[in-house]
Write a protein that binds this ligand. Sequence first.
Ligand SMILES: Nc1ncnc2c1ncn2[C@@H]1O[C@H](COP(=O)(O)OP(=O)(O)OP(=O)(O)O)[C@@H](O)[C@H]1O
Ligand SMILES: [Mg+2]
Length: 503
Amino acid sequence: MLDARVSEHDQRFELLADLGAMVAGEVELDELLATFAARVARALGADRATLWLIDGATGEIRSQVATLPELRELRVPPGHGVVGHVAATGDLVNIRDAAEDPRWAGQIAEQIGYPTTSILTAPIERRGQIRGVLQVLNKRDGAFTLRDEEFARTLAEQIGRALDYTTLRGADAERGLSLRGRFNHVIGTSPAMAAVYEMIVRAAQTDATVLLHGETGTGKGLLARAIHVNSGRRDAPFVHVDCTTLPEALVESELFGHERGAYTGADARVVGKVEAAHGGTLFLDEIGELPLLLQSKLLRFVQERQFERVGGRETLTADVRLVVATNRDLAAMAEAGQFRSDLYFRLRVVEIEIPPLRARGADDIADLAAHFVGQLARRYRKGPLQLAPATRPALIAYPWPGNVRELENTIERAVVLATDATIDVKDLRLEPRRAPASAGAGDSMLGLPVAPAPATVSLPADLSLAEAERRYAVAVLEREHGNQSAAARALGISRNKLARLLR
Ligand SMILES: Nc1ncnc2c1ncn2[C@@H]1O[C@H](COP(=O)(O)OP(=O)(O)OP(=O)(O)O)[C@@H](O)[C@H]1O
Ligand SMILES: [Mg+2]
């Protein structure tokens, strides 16, 4: 056994080194965070540690990683308790006896459900902004020392730097803020992907509008974010708007906001996504689904960066970089009069074609599979899991019509069902399926949707209509390889409605 002091010293050093490697892109943040809280607590000779991050949208402070497996996420309103105090003031707080300190909010102590004695809390700052709070509880032998304070400060500084290479994923608010690295979690070294990275890095350095085109599940969402975090706008918001999620009547107000009284039910002014993205990046996903009327309003915004809120007279401007994505053939749609060609030309300043998975070669497929096995085994707390060597040729031979998302789903199912440490070919359940879809499949030459291969579902006749609808929706979703937008389109309903059906 090492002397405790020496090993504490080593642990501190390793933590900082790992955060440094994260910044250099060699370590994945998700991976690092999985063991982060426990390591911080150990390195400081304390019981527990928690990393809190401030939700940019609400100001709420949420625990991201904690040595509290029994509690998934804690939330603290701004200004509340020690954490709220530190988040508001940027002070480092070292408390010997929590019971004596008025800032120690009883509620949180109760939520945590264990007696707290000493508390060390450091602000996580970056470029003059407080991004979060690092908190360590209950020093084993007494109180936190000055050296502990110093280490906590350094650690918080490094975390701040690491956060620079991540963005908080607003769309996934339910799953908590998900931290995403630079390119360090975009897997793939094939020449086809290297060309994509090259384009992305070059485009990121400018404010040019970028159009990402690729089949479903190729990683358009991921790469849109990569453009943002590699651009000078990385500290400002990344705002994602899915053009299929909303009923047509609400898209305009979603994008541009509305004034109070703009229509029945509009009892407060609401700021649109365009304004929310000011200074940052606005990602318009599934742009091919944007209603024609909105296309003209968007065109004006793209040309002049000007807009009005619904029901408002004032002309507003916003400084945003636009990234748009689609799996549709916009050129063909423009020809068929379904997409404004002037808008199309404005959007495709930089057009990046994301290659389908089958065009990326054997190594990318194998690397992605291994990546997902590792990631999902951790998520499902499965212990170390491995792909059997025989899975490699099977994975490579499969056509992956649903691309990376389908590969991810396939691995997820295998990981969840795994009963031992090795995933065999049969566990992957790679059923022979229809031939690979070509780019833009599902659209005819005229850009009109062509009915995809019919899915046959047999449903028992004693179901309620609601349950029958749900099962049918699930079947269509499966046929569309989990792509909710495509499934909603096929069913002729909005994505919101589909989400409700699936619930
Ligand atoms: N190169 C990659 N490395 C690691 N993960 C990836 C990669 N590409 C995609 N993924 C993952 O695969 C899934 C699908 O990617 P994403 O949602 O970005 O695809 P998409 O092109 O936007 O699909 P759709 O057109 O259906 O919206 C996501 O979970 C994403 O994180
Ligand atoms: Mg997408």
